[in-house]
Design a protein around this ligand. Structure first.
Ligand code: BT5
Length: 296
């Protein structure tokens, strides 16, 4: 019996809409462990598999992801048929065909989060916001997460995976929400996919053309992402990787390479480039404590 978990994504009209966006190879899978793993393995194999080559902006999307991954060995959990889980392959190169320098690559996660926010706004007026470095929140709850993985090679490629909670009633953690839960609206997964990629592709092209100009001080993409960030202007606690103590302060901006600029109580500025951020409640005159959604 055919597996119908991805019947909506297999529809010819969806393929036509995706093709209209100028993507590379498009693969729709009924079910897979992890789209990031699948795409990364396929690209790293570098052996022809009979299909088209894995060019820039190739896509793997699945009806159900059974072993989804988060950062730092965490998991991404979804019910069959209710969530959007997909990965795009990126081979970012500037207008002269030169690979974009590694230092700019952290922006890609934020640019995908930005595309998700714009799509959810357009489709459902969801009022979504970005939480540094890789979450999208609605009403302070996580509706989407982005995971970037590097595919080693002569010119490294990036697999950018995105999970968006669309129709779940039950969520795997209390800090999560779905479009159905947050907006009461039942959106079709393919519409969300096409809207997100439709928002991402032009932003990605703008980034690649001149990453330093797009994301440097006053650059249009840095300004755009900063304007959508829930994190900025808030007291936060940054949990740093590698056993370094947490940093507490106010998030004051985005750095040149997508890091979070944090000003501590002594007015010293730090740039956090990796780790988790906890949004703290504004509490004038008191040490900041976690807010209602402070542990997202
Ligand atoms: C992320 O990690 O948020 C990245 C999620 C990326 C998922 C996509 S789906 C397609 C592609 N293929 C993959 O295998 N992954 C990518 P992180 O910031 O580490 O957050 C992980 C945490 O989010 C977990 O520890 C849970 O607390 C929470 N979580 C798990 N499933 C969730 C869900 N469906 N909705 C909201 N939160 C969830």
């Amino acid at each position: 019996m055919p597996d119908l978990r991805a019947a909506d994504l297999h529809a010819p009209a969806v393929r036509a809409a995706l093709e209209g966006l100028g993507l590379g190879r498009v693969e729709v899978l009924d079910e897979v462990g992890s789209t990031n793993q699948h795409l990364g393995d396929a690209v790293a194999a570098r052996t022809p598999d009979g299909g088209p080559p894995w060019t820039d902006l190739s896509l793997v999307v699945t009806g159900h992801q059974s072993a989804g991954r988060g950062r730092l060995d965490r998991v991404w959990t979804t019910e069959p048929g209710t969530a959007l889980t997909f990965s795009v392959l990126l081979r970012p190169a500037d207008r002269h065909g030169r690979p974009v320098a590694d230092r700019h690559l952290p922006w890609l996660t934020l640019l995908m989060a930005e595309a998700v926010v714009e799509a959810l706004e357009d489709l459902a007026g969801a009022g979504a916001r970005i939480k540094w470095p890789n979450d999208v929140l609605v009403d302070g709850r996580k509706i989407a997460g982005v995971l970037a993985s590097l595919v080693p090679g002569p010119v490294p490629a990036i697999v950018l995976g995105t999970g968006i909670n669309v129709a779940q009633e039950e969520l795997p953690v209390a800090t999560a929400t779905s479009l159905r839960r947050a907006t009461g609206r039942d959106l079709a997964r393919p519409d969300v996919l096409v809207a997100v990629l439709g928002a991402f592709v032009p932003v990605y092209r703008q980034f690649c053309a001149d990453p330093a100009a797009a994301t440097g001080a006053g650059g249009p993409l840095r300004t755009r992402v900063a304007g959508r960030m829930e994190t900025l202007g808030r007291p936060v606690r940054a949990e740093l990787p590698g056993g370094h103590g947490p940093l507490t302060g106010t998030a004051v901006g985005l750095g040149e390479h997508g890091g979070l600029l944090l000003r501590d109580r002594g007015d010293a500025e730090h740039e956090v480039t990796a780790g988790d951020v906890v949004h703290l409640r504004h509490a004038p005159g008191r040490a900041p404590g976690p807010g209602p959604a402070g542990t997202v």
